[in-house]
Design a protein around this ligand. Sequence first.
Ligand code: 0O2
Length: 257
Amino acid sequence: MALQTPDPVAQAHDRLIARSLEAKDATQAIWASDIEDLTEELNQIKVEFARFRLFYQWGIEQVSTKLNILRQEFEDIHDYSPIEHIRSRLKSPESILTKAVKVGCDLTLPALRERIRDIAGIRITCSFTSDVYWIASMLSRQPDVTVVATKDYIANPKPNGYRSLHLIVKVPVYLSDSTESVFVEIQIRTIAMDFWASVEHKLSYKYGQRLPPVLKAELDDAARIAEELDERMGRLRDEIRPMEAIGSGDARHVDTP
Ligand code: 0O2
């Protein structure tokens, strides 16, 4: 069953109905001034919420810039980058409210700011598992990035086979007269992990909890194969790396992830 999200317009509508029912005399049910007040209130909520989400967009831009610099630096020096692809998404107002209801968060901006930490999301894909940890380590070492939580679903995959490294970081957003901090969720995974997760996501979307056993078995098998592929690619890469360092005569190659 779909979760009910609180809709400010529907709530205002319900309040108007409630007021009119309470009124003893139908003629005094709804005053034009009431409607004006509520419209004004709704517009204010919309403006505040749009500004609230904008901070997270800026948070995404901060982290994306850091990642792009790392990527370009690596491509320039090593002719290779541990970062294959970067995607970002800002949670929609509906998804924010749905999650807030799900986790029992108050529907106030301070509560949403504190409790819903994946409003800004960045997903990084890379070729090798070692790249995943290297990227996490490079980001964590930056002085204005604070890692507040780590979920290592690579070391400890979820029961369904999901693997990925998740970081919740806090980054500053510099405004003209102040600095605000926002949470950004960063998911880092290999191409194989990402491929599996996107197929699993589509199947979950289609079947929910009722995934047919034959598909569940296929998915379990695919998770095992994806893990094995990552391990094999890692071993092949370990073979190539020392040769690259010697071939280029560049000692910096040894420091790459
Ligand atoms: P969306 O639209 O992708 O953002 P918490 O935030 O700690 O209260 P949560 O949200 O379960 O709990 O955190 P977790 O486990 O770190 O998962 C956050 C995100 O990871 C999810 O976001 C998914 O993007 C991804 N994810 C986690 N588990 C799975 C999984 O089993 N399969 C797939 N395909 N993705 C997964 P959202 O909020 O679900 O949605």
